[in-house]
Write a protein that binds this ligand. Sequence first.
Ligand code: ZN
Ligand code: ZN
Length: 287
Amino acid sequence: MRIDLHTHSTASDGTDSPAELVRNAAAAGLDVVALTDHDTTRGHAEAIAALPEGLTLVTGAELSCRLDGVSMHMLAYLFDPENAELLAERELVRDDRVPRAKGMIAKLNELGVPVTWEQVARIAGDGSVGRPHIASALVELGVVPTVSDAFTQNWLADGARAYVAKHETDPFEAIRLVKAAGGVTVFAHPAATKRGRTVPETSIAKLAEAGLDGIEVDHMDHDPATRDRLRGLAADVGLLTTGSSDYHGSRKTCVLGEYTTDPEIYGEITRRATGAFPVPGAGGRRA
Ligand SMILES: [Zn+2]
Ligand SMILES: [Zn+2]
């Protein structure tokens, strides 16, 4: 069974529509795929409607969090999407995305880059606007050769010249909110140092004490030594470990199913969740 628990669609900063994403997931030979757009569940209905036979969808989101000044991402799975408290927090984060993007565009303009809000909004389309959309604009303008080249201290990385912080949820609060909504939390790419500062392992242990369910270990931004270290930490503090592609369509280089999650761990995640159930594709087998 091949399980990929972290993907993005055009509902946030991926390039596949939710329907294309689930079709591509089936074509990639996946049995289970989670749709985890940034701070939104907006793509779920379209993904469910298009779900191919044999593919199971895990509904989720990737929540923008910050701990001690360090930005971090929290994957949340199988929570009740109508939970009012969790909805309100997601809206707070989302509402901040447009003013934040405009702030980064203003900084880029000051740096002599002629990027406009219209250009970034066109690239984002229906998706909730984020840094990757601005990065794509910088590629279009020939400022950087690739999207990842925009995520440096020169441009858009955390604390970089054109960076603007956004509202981000305290991760302890995120764990509490997701649990109250019947969901499961997994700390995404916790040691992805090239994205900026990461939270120390002592903080991961504290998050585990507060009810964090797992950490994402097999991820393109973790080298083999980092994965070994994270697996050791997870064993020490009783966390599940997952593996995922963090697929963004053509915006990033990773492919669906590039990293996968062990079926036993997937089973444990679904057992812990009470807010929603995995959705089997029409006529498909239940995972
Ligand atoms: Zn992330
Ligand atoms: Zn992601």
